[in-house]
Design a protein around this ligand. Structure first.
Ligand code: PGA
Length: 257
């Protein structure tokens, strides 16, 4: 499967820096050897249209970091999936641990957001992950299956989505699970999904230094990148790592899907 590389810019940057970063990524991508992975950038809401003006017609795709479960109405401060679509977004990150922790978003709420996003043609990137305490208690796999099942709406055709495994303790910390731990989780998450075509991403302290190794792990179909997506040269190196895995699959024998 073609790898997907997602940049989550979080609440960073100015209009000018967002434009510069996008332009540098676009220029870098156009110079890169093909085949290219799917590349999605998720700027803050307020920069979506400006970034979208630059990504239009380029190998970059636009995504958002969150959306409302409602499509319109009296929801002060919220942004609807329809509005994201209208602004040019094709993807939306849902259930990021920062939304779950800082805004009290439950898996039940996330499931309604996923349903609303899919209904208007957005592709959700659904994040799941365990805390350090859950990992140390040996609860990682059971927690992830429950969290995933509860974050998915029931009774609709769930093919148009991605799942990102982001251990909470690895986000922004420079700490990263071992390849064996990631392989174990990704095999488990894969077994929980009925559709084998759903891409499974890894996220949490991904950099240009570890991207290649991560992308070689079985069932890792891409990466969700936070801090390292804010520098064009670093993010381009991560994209280049994915492109290299695509160009030389025989050198990356651990990649099973
Ligand atoms: P990080 O963030 O790459 O800065 O660890 C990843 C994420 O939160 O999606």
């Amino acid at each position: 499967m073609t790898p997907t590389i997602v940049g989550n810019w979080k609440m960073n940057g100015t209009l000018e820096s967002a434009r510069t970063l996008t332009t540098e990524l676009k220029t870098g991508l156009l110079k890169m050897e093909v085949p290219l992975p799917h590349v999605v950038v998720c700027p803050p809401y307020i920069h979506l249209t400006a970034v979208g003006d630059i990504t239009k017609g380029s190998p970059l795709t636009l995504g958002a970091q969150n959306c409302s479960a409602q499509n319109s109405g009296a929801f002060t401060g919220d942004i609807s999936p329809d509005q994201l679509k209208d602004a040019g977004a094709q993807f939306v990150i849902l259930g990021h641990s920062e939304r779950r922790e800082q805004h009290g978003e439950t898996s039940a709420l996330i499931a309604t957001k996923v349903q609303a996003a899919i209904a208007c043609g957005l592709t959700p990137i659904i994040c799941i992950g365990e805390s350090l305490a859950q990992r140390e208690a040996g609860e990682t796999l059971s927690h992830l299956s429950t969290q995933l099942a509860e974050s998915l709406p029931q009774g609709i055709n769930l093919t148009n989505l991605l799942v990102a495994y982001e251990p909470i303790w690895a986000i922004g910390t420079g700490k990263i699970p071992t390849s064996a731990q990631i392989a174990e989780v990704h095999a488990h998450v894969r077994s929980c999904l009925s559709d084998d075509t759903i891409p499974l991403l890894y996220g949490g302290s991904v950099t240009d230094r570890n991207a290649l190794e991560l992308l070689e792990i079985p069932h890792v179909n891409g990466v969700l990148v936070g801090g390292a997506s804010l520098k064009s040269n670093v993010f381009l190196s991560i994209i280049e790592a994915a492109s290299s895995v695509m160009r030389h699959p025989q050198m990356h024998t651990r990649t099973s899907s």
